[in-house]
Design a protein around this ligand. Structure first.
Ligand code: S3P
Length: 168
């Protein structure tokens, strides 16, 4: 079976959806940010602060190469900018989780751990910049996606079910 690769903007719920898919299936999940943090033994925020964004992107490309070569039949959740790796489509079926910026922003702000969720994301420190990034990326996410799932106003369990049905 091909891998399933979840892409989408920061805070859209890629991690939550991945955990729900794991619950509903016999799939095992990997997360590219988690792989990078464990490779580096430091948080994404620290990698950005100490090495800069380009260094982080080079790690994403390295992980992408490894995923393409070595990983099969796995659910892969990714960081919001991972979709730009040149070999994305060779890793697996690309599923774009889509929602309006305001929905994503409110979802983060309503979370009990909102402050932490924002703090850990270097590219979500300034809302205006995040909106600009969202606007720049929206069309690109759609372009690389094999499947687009509108996640606004849907329960996580419903989203997971929809993805599992569509990738079969
Ligand atoms: C990023 C999204 C983050 C993380 C890094 C960069 C981005 O992941 O990879 O901060 O460029 O959109 P999440 O989408 O899980 O927040």
């Amino acid at each position: 079976m091909k891998n399933i690769v979840l892409i989408g903007f920061m805070g859209v719920g890629k991690g939550s959806v991945a955990r729900e898919i794991v619950k509903q299936s016999d799939l095992v999940a990997l997360d590219t940010d988690d792989i990078i943090e464990s490779m580096e033994n430091r948080r994404i925020k620290k990698i950005f602060a100490e090495e800069g964004e380009e260094y982080f992107r080079s790690l994403e490309r390295k992980v992408a190469q490894w995923l393409q070569k070595e990983v099969r039949g796995t659910l892969i959740s990714t960081g919001g900018g991972f979709f730009k790796v040149p070999n994305l489509k060779k890793i697996g079926t690309v599923v774009y989780l889509s929602a309006p910026f305001e929905t994503i922003h409110s979802r983060i702000l309503e979370h009990p751990d909102a402050e932490k969720k924002l703090r850990k994301r270097p590219l979500f420190q300034d809302v205006d910049k995040a909106i600009k990034l969202y606007d720049d990326r929206s069309a690109l996410y759609k372009k690389v996606a094999d499947i687009i799932i509108d996640v606004s106003n849907k329960e996580i369990s419903e989203i997971a079910k929809e993805i599992l049905k569509k990738v079969k």
